[in-house]
Design a protein around this ligand. Structure first.
Ligand code: ADE
Ligand code: ZN
Length: 329
């Protein structure tokens, strides 16, 4: 089997995906029309031209603008269902996705509408083709901790649907320490925690995510190679880093895929795997991330296998399920 076929056909887990980041331009236009919402784009070509980002902050502006077309439960259902079909296409058998409730409640959309639309689509996918899933609710780190506490109270009503708590949005200037009390409370209530750190921000933010937020995984984490002690800790404890190569290129964390440090991270025995982050904005879903990264870094079949195995090892599936999927790679 060629390496390309191996990538396409292997079962995979995706661990870093923002559901709002799967809003394709075509769907954005259709929803804008249906819901009578103004968007700052004339046509689909115009949208694609706007997807030329200089950093995380410039992307987030467009991303929050796009999310404004999501109004009704049916919109969140259809958004999620479109992603679920991509999972089927890419042979993703398990996915752990983020959603950003504050992006929607800030616009007057109720928490219930958001979570119910997303959850119902995954329930249907689980029933119809066995896709397993976990939902992680992220706090927007550019907002203050007080607002996080308010949204957390609403999340408690839906505790049966939400597995974990994460942290996303503008990293620079918003260190994990800003949310120490909120994450402590989330852990007390039985949620697992993860956080975006070391995407653009310094290794110090990764230390804070580990020591103050007690995260089980770090999202991105590509800045860790700047800190030898941090690499030692991550490697010794096999703390997963959910790396997103195409995202890192689009947001100019690295100039080109050939310069990405994923292979160096593998060489240092770090627990890394490949994910798609916001695929509608960054040019591709999971298989495309894997295929392009393999080509650019000339990864061997063993290295690709390690990435796929790591996606299951780093997931929140139980040990039995992890073993079962890994045996099929
Ligand atoms: N929200 C959506 N995508 C994100 C990313 N890559 N980093 C931080 N926040 C995000
Ligand atoms: Zn992300």
């Amino acid at each position: 089997m060629s390496l390309l076929e191996f990538i396409k056909k292997s079962p995979k887990a995706e661990l870093h995906l923002h559901i709002e980041g799967t809003l394709e331009p075509e769907q954005m236009f259709a929803l804008a029309k249906r819901n009578n919402i103004d968007i700052p784009f004339k046509n689909i070509d115009d949208v694609k031209k706007a997807y030329n980002f200089s950093n995380l902050e410039s992307f987030l502006k467009t991303y929050y603008e796009g999310a404004k077309v999501l109004i009704k439960e049916q919109d969140f259902f259809e958004l999620t269902w479109a992603y679920v079909l991509k999972c089927k296409e890419d042979n993703i058998v398990h996915t752990e996705i983020f959603f950003d409730p504050q992006t929607h409640t800030k616009r007057g959309i109720s928490f219930d509408i958001v979570i119910n639309g997303i959850y119902k689509a995954f329930q249907k996918a689980e029933k119809e083709f066995g896709l397993s899933f976990k939902i992680i609710m992220c706090f927007l780190r550019h907002l203050d901790e007080e607002e996080g506490f308010k949204i957390f109270d609403q999340a408690l009503i839906h505790k049966d649907k939400i597995y974990g708590i994460g942290l996303d949005s503008s990293e620079t200037g918003n260190p994990p320490s800003k949310f120490e009390k909120l994450f402590k409370k989330a852990i007390e209530y039985g949620f697992i925690t993860v956080a975006h750190a070391g995407e653009e921000g310094p290794p110090e933010y990764m230390w804070e995510a580990l020591n103050l937020l007690n995260v089980k995984r770090i999202d991105h984490g590509v800045q860790c190679l700047k800190d030898k002690k941090l690499v030692e800790k991550l490697s010794k404890n096999q703390i997963p880093l959910t790396v997103c190569p195409l995202s890192n290129i689009k947001l100019r964390v690295f100039n080109e895929l050939k310069e990405h440090n994923l292979k160096k991270m593998l060489d240092k025995k770090l627990m890394v795997m490949v994910n798609s982050d916001d695929p509608a904005y960054f040019g591709g879903y999971l298989n495309k991330n894997l295929i392009e990264t393999q080509l650019a870094l000339n990864l061997s079949k063993d290295e690709v296998r390690t990435l796929l195995v790591n996606s299951f090892k780093s997931s929140f599936l139980n040990e039995e399920k992890k073993k079962e999927w890994i045996s099929k790679i």
